[in-house]
Design a protein around this ligand. Structure first.
Ligand code: G4P
Length: 529
């Protein structure tokens, strides 16, 4: 098959949701429809379960599972679908943000009873900013929940989206009768027996037909007629271009647990979802159908087996064809590298592949050369943009607790940072190391992994930082910057890319600093024009 036809048949996406909305269940059902797994329960949940073990041990368990679920690929109607896993736990938000740089679209899962929750708001905001096309799936219709119109309103208000329902529920919870598919003009009747997994699809060209009364009772049919009339009056009609530009979000209703409404979602998804999209680099926009291969690292998994210090770097292919045993340029190191055993991911299995295409993810074995955000090309000197660091929420000094193991500690810290577990800052004044994390749990993870994987011991010391701000040295006024650096020297540090960072100890300090030095430009993310 030609490069273009391979690109056309690929859909790479992520499912995002607040924990417990049903992401794992939906993923599993999509795999079942794709024939990639034979039974439910095969996809292990990557969520952090509270209870039996302490939280950070649970993270270790999850790390094992998440290699297997990082990419779940399957074929459906001749389309190659790659689902990228996104952790729902908020302490891993940065992992999810990074994965979102590698998806071409997303499905947002919302619990019909809980509505829009905190994590959903954050993740959807990132997708909106990046103009990622989104489809919304409202889940758990077999349970009592919010009124459909109320929920659509909530989605528009809280998530700042413009929705267009593609299906509409008939009843809900105890009275849930099924779903009218506006897109396909048919009705699926809900049997409530998930073992059957077979839906009865009845074509309804005309909602006013008396047959509908017999099918779902007259009162349910009347309500449906009114609801659908309101939908057509109130919501914009589906338009693929608006969806692809992230200006319109189609909404589906269903119950993942009962495999209900999932086929409709998948059928529509393969029809409308984008094929691999172009990506901006520091020099130009790169198109997927260019002949030369290029890709970037969005995730690294390290030390799954402590006996072998190997890591798996996950590359999203942006353009051209990736071939096994072919030298490619690692742009940051300006070094050619060959990969003899690149892995592709099929459902839960890894497999060595000879060729991969744009939209695909390959896992490359790595001995410590890669960092998140690195670019591989066929020789062109360019770096992909769009994997910025955000300001961490928690900061601590990290100190060596075993003087004989200082080398191991440095190596461990450096490798864990490459993996993106946390961010390391070096204070300008005294060279002390500061670790910044999104969640408090990561400090325990780092301590545990340093000890178990590197034989090093660390202790933390509190440091009061409210936000890390990246200083735009280029665009700031030179005189004002010099004064700012002199006065604030105790609060300045360098990040992993040697960029200057200002630590503000409170939002008040931040405000004061900004009003005192208005020509010193501060950013909350590490990547700016
Ligand atoms: P997550 O990955 O988004 O965190 O959610 P997950 O799929 O694990 O689902 C969270 C809980 O919601 C699970 O129940 C799951 O069975 C349930 N669930 C998912 N879809 C539906 C649905 O359509 N209807 C109903 N009624 N429940 C649904 P659990 O009891 O927490 O876990 P489990 O022990 O059943 O796995």
């Amino acid at each position: 098959m030609s490069l273009i036809s391979e690109i056309k048949r690929r859909r790479t996406f992520g499912i995002i949701s607040h924990p417990d909305a049903g992401k794992t269940t939906l993923t599993e059902k999509l795999l079942l429809f794709g024939g990639a797994i034979q039974e439910a329960g095969a996809v292990k949940s990557n969520k952090i379960k509270k209870g039996a073990t302490s939280d950070f041990m649970e993270i270790e368990r999850q790390r094992g599972i998440s290699v297997a679920t990082s990419v779940l690929a399957f074929e459906y109607q001749g389309i190659k679908i790659n689902i990228l896993d996104t952790p729902g736990h908020k302490d891993f938000a940065e992992d999810t943000f990074r994965t979102l740089t590698a998806v071409d679209s997303v499905i947002v899962v919302i619990d019909v009873a809980k509505g829009v929750e905190e994590q959903t708001v954050k993740l959807v905001e990132v997708c909106r900013m990046r103009k990622i096309p989104m489809i919304v799936f409202i889940n758990k219709l077999d349970r009592e929940g919010k009124d459909a119109f109320e929920l659509l309103d909530e989605i528009e208000q809280k998530l700042n989206l413009t929705v267009t329902p593609m299906s509409f529920p008939i009843g809900m919870g105890y009275d849930f009768k099924g779903i009218y598919n506006i897109w396909e003009k048919n009705i699926n009747l809900f049997s409530g027996d998930s073992r059957k997994n077979i839906e009865e699809t009845i074509n309804i060209e005309d909602l006013n037909s008396p047959d509908l009364n017999d099918l779902i009772t007259k009162s349910a049919a009347d309500t449906l007629r009114e609801d659908v009339e309101l939908v057509t009056e109130v919501y914009p009609k589906f338009n693929q271009e608006d969806y692809l530009n992230s200006n319109l979000q189609p909404v589906f209703f269903g119950s993942a647990l009962n495999s209900f409404g999932v086929r409709e979602l998948l059928d529509c998804f393969v029809e409308i979802a984008p094929t691999p999209r172009p990506k901006e680099s520091d020099t130009r926009l790169v198109l997927p159908d260019e002949n030369e291969f290029s890709g970037f690292v969005f995730k690294i998994h390290a030390n799954m087996d402590p006996k072998h210090r190997d890591r798996l770097a996950f590359i999203k292919i942006v353009s051209g064809i990736f071939n096994r045993n072919t030298p490619y340029l690692h742009v940051r190191n300006n070094k050619k590298m060959k990969f003899s055993s690149p892995n592709a991911f099929f459902a839960e299995k890894k497999q060595i592949v000879d060729t991969s295409y744009p939209g695909d993810i390959v896992g490359l074995h790595d001995t410590g050369n890669f960092k998140i955000g690195d670019t591989l090309t066929q020789g062109e000197l360019m770096q992909y943009r769009g994997i910025p660091s955000f300001s961490p929420e928690h900061f601590k000094y990290i100190n060596n607790a075993d003087p004989l193991k200082s080398k191991q500690l440095s190596k461990g810290i450096s490798q864990l940072m490459d993996e993106g577990v946390a961010q390391l800052f070096i204070l300008e004044l005294n060279g002390r190391k500061v670790i910044g994390t999104v969640g408090a749990l990561q400090f325990e993870v780092i301590q545990y992994r340093l000890e178990h994987e590197y034989g090093a011991k660390c202790v933390y010391e509190n440091l009061n930082v409210h936000k890390a701000c990246w200083v735009d040295v280029e665009k700031s006024d030179k005189n004002e910057l010099a004064e700012f650096k002199r006065v604030k020297s105790r609060f300045l540090a360098k990040d992993k890319r040697n960029q200057l960072v200002f630590f503000a100890d409170s939002s008040f300090t931040l405000q004061m600093t900004q009003s005192k030095y208005p020509k010193v430009i501060l950013h909350y993310i590490s990547e700016f024009e």
